[in-house]
Design a protein around this ligand. Structure first.
Ligand SMILES: [Zn+2]
Length: 290
């Protein structure tokens, strides 16, 4: 990529029980009976960004926007960008095209009612736009989105497109085609190494994160950090988990506030929408068919 890579902070705004590690433990029809913690996590997150005067992109769940419209209003009032994280956190590869379209439109509608009309960015729950549903990206375009950040070019038991390009691309020839921004990786020995968010960021030692970030930037890849409000919250769910699940969903959680503070202390930042704007302006995005 010809433009210089900056750091982009992204936050998936959802409750602790929306993560897929909890899916079998707390089915959707029980969500309304569980303790909501999104406001507490978001307060910590917005305070942290405010302290460093950094603008971020928040992918908000429609389900959450309906129940906590004040969270959407707080994000907007602080000057951040609101984008969409689906309505009810389904994995895309388990949905029909029609169900996916319906979920996208329902989510956009919920965000609009909460005060964020016409959102243009999308991130699928659990990066679940996998090769079998790659063609669903065209549905995002139909629904009014102009950029996507759902593809993770790694091998993972639940998600990933290991053979996807690592750099952003346009989903068609038209100037207003969807811009697809894959999640960042460092490529070495034919493998793509993730490092920039969620469990990877929580569990990686700080020095390892710093090195991977520099190495990926040398390959032209911006550092797109991703986190969830529950990763900043000291609340411990009292829902039984196996040790492996507990490590994936909470391992290294206590290190997150300090790591984020260090990340926010240095470098140039921009929102995902601003990055996409720079990419379109540069006019050098490769075009890939759906
Ligand atoms: Zn999510």
């Amino acid at each position: 990529m010809v433009i210089d890579p900056r750091t982009i902070i992204t936050v998936d705004v959802e409750e602790w029980f929306h993560g897929h590690n909890y899916l079998d433990l707390v089915p959707a029809d029980k969500w309304d009976g569980l303790e909501s913690r999104v406001r507490q996590g978001m307060e910590l997150c917005l305070d942290l960004l405010d302290r460093h005067q950094v603008q971020a992109t928040f992918f908000v769940l429609g389900w959450t926007a309906e129940r906590h419209p004040e969270v959407v209003r707080d994000i907007l009032a602080a000057g951040h960008e609101v984008a969409c994280h689906s309505y009810s956190h389904p994995v895309v590869f388990e949905m029909s095209e029609d169900d996916f379209r319906e979920d996208c439109l329902r989510a956009r509608d919920a965000l609009g009612k909460a005060g964020a009309a016409g959102v243009v960015g999308y991130r699928a729950p659990s990066f679940s736009i996998t090769p079998v549903v790659h063609h669903y990206l065209k549905i995002l375009q139909e629904c009014g989105f102009t950029f996507d950040c759902s593809i993770f070019p790694v091998r993972h038991p639940r998600y990933g497109q290991p053979n996807s390009p690592r750099e952003p691309f346009l989903l068609g020839k038209e100037a207003n085609s969807l811009v697809v921004v894959p999640m960042p990786t460092w490529r070495v020995l034919g493998q793509n190494i993730p490092y920039s968010g969620g469990g990877y960021l929580r569990i990686l030692p700080w020095q390892a994160f710093k090195i991977l970030r520099v190495l990926a930037a040398r390959q032209g890849i911006p550092c797109i950090v991703y986190l969830h409000p529950w990763e900043l919250d000291s609340f411990k769910p009292r829902v039984g988990q196996s040790k492996a699940t507990s490590l994936r969903s909470q391992g290294g959680q206590s290190s997150m506030p300090l790591k984020l503070d260090r990340i926010l202390k240095q470098g140039d930042f921009e929102t995902l929408g601003q990055y996409v704007g720079r990419l379109r302006k540069a006019g050098t995005l490769p075009i890939r068919a759906v």
